[in-house]
Design a protein around this ligand. Structure first.
Ligand SMILES: NC(=O)c1ccc[n+]([C@@H]2O[C@H](COP(=O)([O-])OP(=O)(O)OC[C@H]3O[C@@H](n4cnc5c(N)ncnc54)[C@H](O)[C@@H]3O)[C@@H](O)[C@H]2O)c1
Length: 256
C-alpha cells in the first residue's frame, strides 16, 4: 500500500535512518524518499541495501537514498558516517533510531559479552547517534528524533531480555533527553510498533498459533504492516507534529 499523505515540510529534509536495508527500516527509507526527503541510511546488509536503492530509483517522483555500510556497534564509525552525511548531503534534520536485533536467548546462559552485545545492538548506538546529530540540528534551529520502541516488554515477552531491556531503555532515553533537547527546539519521541508483519517476522516467528494470537489480541483484525509504522514516522518527522515531544506513539492495532 502506498501512503497517501504528503508532507511539504519533509521535502529536501535530510533524514538519517539506522537499519534501513530491510524490514520496517526499508519501508521508512522508501516512504521518506517518496516525500522527496534526502535520505541517508546505514546497515550491514549491503546487498539488501543496494536492492532497495534499485527499487526506489524506479519510483516516479521519489528521491534516491544514499547508503553507508556501518556496523552500529562501532560508535566511531557511526560518528564518522553522521559527520560525512552532514558534510556531503546537508545537516541532518530527522534522526530515526530504528535498527535492532530481537534474537532470542535464555537468560540462564547469557554471558557478560553476550549481554553487552545485545545492549550495543539495541540501545547504545541510539544515544551516540543523538549526540552526534545534535550539532547538525542546532544549525537547522531544531529537528526531530524518533526512537523505536517495542510492545514486547509491556507484554512480558520472555526469551529476549537483552532486547526488552534495551527497548524499555529507549523509552527512558526519550523521556530523559526531551527537556535537554527541547531548549534547542529538537523534538524526541518513541514510536512503538505492535507485531509488524515484515518478511522476517513471517519467516521466523509467525506460525498458525501466533497468527491466531495476533487475531485474538488486536482490536483491529487486519495485519499490521510496515507502512502503518512509516505513516506515524512521517508525521513525527514533519512540522505537523511540531509540538509533540517526550511521548510514546503506539501503533499496534489496539493490542490488548
Ligand atoms: N517487526 C516487528 O514486529 C516489531 C515489533 C516491535 C518493535 N519493532 C522495532 O521496529 C524496528 C524495526 O523492526 P524490524 O522488524 O524491521 O527489524 P529487523 O531486525 O528485521 O531489521 C533491523 C535492521 O537493522 C539492521 N541491523 C541489525 N544490526 C545492525 C548493526 N549492528 N548495524 C547496522 N544495522 C544493523 C538489520 O540488518 C536490519 O536491516 C526495530 O527497532 C524493532 O525493535 C519491530
Amino acid at each position: 500500500m502506498t501512503l497517501s499523505n504528503h508532507y511539504p515540510s519533509l521535502k529536501n529534509k535530510v533524514v538519517f535512518i539506522s537499519g534501513g536495508a530491510t524490514g520496517i527500516g526499508a519501508n521508512l527509507v522508501e516512504a521518506f524518499c517518496r516525500q522527496q526527503a534526502r535520505v541517508a541510511f546505514v546497515d550491514i546488509q549491503d546487498d539488501e541495501a543496494q536492492k532497495l536503492i534499485a527499487t526506489i530509483e524506479h519510483i516516479a517522483g521519489a528521491s534516491t537514498p544514499v547508503y553507508f555500510h556501518c556496523d552500529l556497534v562501532d560508535i566511531d564509525r557511526l560518528r564518522a558516517v553522521i559527520d560525512d552525511v552532514g558534510a556531503s548531503i546537508g545537516p541532518i534534520g530527522v534522526l530515526i533510531n530504528n535498527a535492532a536485533s530481537d534474537t532470542r536467548h535464555d537468560f540462564r546462559s547469557v554471558t557478560e559479552d553476550y549481554w553487552n552485545e545485545r545492549i550495543n545492538i539495541n540501545l547504545r548506538h541510539a544515544f551516540f547517534a543523538i549526540q552526534a546529530v545534535h550539532a547538525q540540528m542546532l544549525l537547522l534551529g531544531g529537528g526531530s528524533i524518533i526512537n523505536f520502541g517495542s510492545m514486547s516488554w509491556y507484554e512480558c515477552q520472555g526469551n529476549m531480555t537483552g532486547y526488552t531491556t534495551s527497548k524499555a531503555g529507549l523509552e527512558g532515553m526519550t523521556r530523559g533527553l526531551a527537556r535537554d533537547l527541547g531548549t534547542d527546539r529538537i523534538r524526541i519521541n518513541t514510536l512503538t510498533p505492535g507485531w509488524v508483519m515484515t518478511e522476517r517476522q513471517l519467516r521466523d516467528w509467525v506460525d498458525e498459533n501466533t497468527a491466531e494470537e495476533i487475531h485474538r489480541s488486536q482490536c483491529l483484525k487486519d495485519r499490521l504492516m510496515p507502512e502503518d509504522i512509516s505513516a506515524m514516522a512521517l508525521f513525527l518527522a514533519s512540522d505537523d507534529s511540531k509540538m509533540c515531544s517526550a511521548q510514546n506513539f503506539i501503533v499496534d492495532g489496539g493490542w490488548i
